[in-house]
Design a protein around this ligand. Structure first.
Ligand SMILES: Cc1cc2nc3c(=O)[nH]c(=O)nc-3n(C[C@H](O)[C@H](O)[C@H](O)COP(=O)(O)OP(=O)(O)OC[C@H]3O[C@@H](n4cnc5c(N)ncnc54)[C@H](O)[C@@H]3O)c2cc1C
Length: 393
């Protein structure tokens, strides 16, 4: 039945697929490279079917209890005076009640706590090699152990090791979106409660994310750039790139930058999308950002991860563990939603590339136009396939 399943990555997609695999009678093991659960990141959205998945997991009341309550974006000038505001509640319109925004670290912690008693977790290790044969996959780990599994699931994000080993080198699948993104903890005193406060210069934006339900705050930086050459695991190098991009900016940028550079939860990455012709190769499948990262600019990573993980585990169960049938159905069911999310990006609005662009954005933000445009866009989107009900064993 392909019972023993190794999952690489313990963020959002990994623990969700582990939850459902365990519920369907499989024996999942999760390996996470970090020594402990990673807590960083801003608010992420759970929308539509992802809320249904979270309800079915029984985690929705915990999720709502720690949900962020940010009202929208406030654009300020160098003197910290608000020059435009975008009310996100109005833009979300009728769907506001069905969506939840939650800090990424809170969601990761809820998923881990919910699964840790039924799932084997290994922290501080990573898959080094994988060899598939007719009956399973032989895996060696960085720390030297060798183990045998029936299937492997890559839930290890944009720079997935599983994708690299089973499908090929990263550049074949990553599309650079012309920007870099960083986030870290920030001094909450610098931001306005319940708002994301943003300061723009052409092609650059720094912002403070401050929810009323959390004592702390997060800083975000986004800047335009051609592709940069750096090691995505060399944090010091990433900090240097960020410092160069934001050197000399006014507002509270120097304080935000100093705080971010000293923060162990510092996170930096290119805005990029993962696009693949297929999400499986033999006994290996990908889920979440590893398969189809839409980029933080789409605001859909957690939503797509929950739905994809639910479908992947459910299809394996309904196919009696036959991975060939299950992987095909998982992809058929999920791909349309992924393509739709990958086409909805908001970079131009957040970080206009010129002064006239910033002026135009600020002017548009004063008009009721954005809410109307968002409603039209929602109506024009192709409908996703309904969430299937999978029988639990
Ligand atoms: C620390 C952090 C901060 C983030 N901040 C933001 C944010 O501010 N805004 C935003 O939109 N998105 C953010 N993201 C991305 C967001 O979590 C994802 O877009 C989305 O939730 C999909 O999650 P995922 O589980 O597929 O991938 P990810 O959340 O990227 O998780 C991948 C996991 O795999 C682990 N991993 C990587 N390589 C290996 C390996 N070789 N072996 C084992 N484990 C491995 C990583 O440590 C991580 O825990 C962040 C991700 C992380 C890890």
């Amino acid at each position: 039945m392909n019972r023993r399943i190794l999952i690489s990555g313990a963020s959002i997609a990994g623990p969700t697929v582990a939850f459902w695999l365990a519920r369907h009678g499989f024996a999942p093991t999760v390996v996470e490279r970090a020594p402990r659960l990673r807590e960083g990141g801003n608010g992420v959205d759970l929308r539509g079917q992802a809320v249904d998945v979270a309800e079915r997991m029984g985690i929705m009341s915990q999720t709502r209890a720690v949900a962020a309550d940010v009202l929208g974006m406030s654009f300020v000038n160098a003197a910290n005076r608000s020059v435009a505001r975008i009310d996100m509640q109005a833009i979300r319109g009728g769907v506001a009640g069905t969506e939840v925004e939650i800090m990424r670290g809170d969601l990761a912690a809820i998923l881990y706590e919910t699964t840790k008693d039924d799932v084997e977790y290994i922290f501080g290790d990573s898959i080094r090699t994988m060899e598939q044969d007719d009956n399973g996959v032989t895996v060696t780990f960085e720390h030297g152990r060798m183990r045998r599994f029936d299937l492997v699931v890559g839930a290890d994000g944009t720079h997935s090791t599983v994708r690299h080993l089973a499908f090929g080198p990263e550049p074949e699948f990553l599309t650079h979106l012309g920007h870099y993104f960083a986030s870290a903890n920030a001094d909450p005193g610098l931001g306005e409660q319940r708002w994301v406060t943003l300061y723009n210069q052409p092609g650059r934006v720094a912002g403070i994310y401050r929810s009323g339900t959390h004592a702390g705050a997060k800083v975000n930086f986004l800047f335009r750039s051609r592709p940069l050459t750096y090691d995505h695991r060399d944090v010091e190098q990433q900090k240097r790139l960020l410092s160069e991009a934001f050197a000399g900016l006014p507002w509270v940028v120097p304080e935000l930058l100093a705080g971010a550079l000293a923060d162990p939860d510092f996170y930096f990455d290119a805005l990029s999308q993962v696009r693949m012709g297929s999400w499986s190769s033999g006994r290996v499948a990908l889920v979440g950002d590893a398969a189809h990262c839409a980029s933080p600019a789409a605001g859909a990573g957690a939503t797509l991860s929950l739905i994809g993980a639910y479908r992947l585990a459910g299809e394996l169960s309904s196919a009696g563990g036959d991975h060939r049938i299950a992987f095909r159905r998982y992809e058929q069911g999920h791909r349309k939603m992924v393509e739709r999310s990958q086409s909805s990006l908001f970079i131009g609005m957040i970080a206009p590339k010129s002064r006239p662009g910033i002026w135009a954005r600020n002017t548009m933000a004063q008009l009721p136009l954005l809410a109307a445009m968002a409603a039209v866009e929602r109506r024009l989107q192709p409908r996703a396939l309904p969430l299937p009900d999978y029988e639990l064993s």
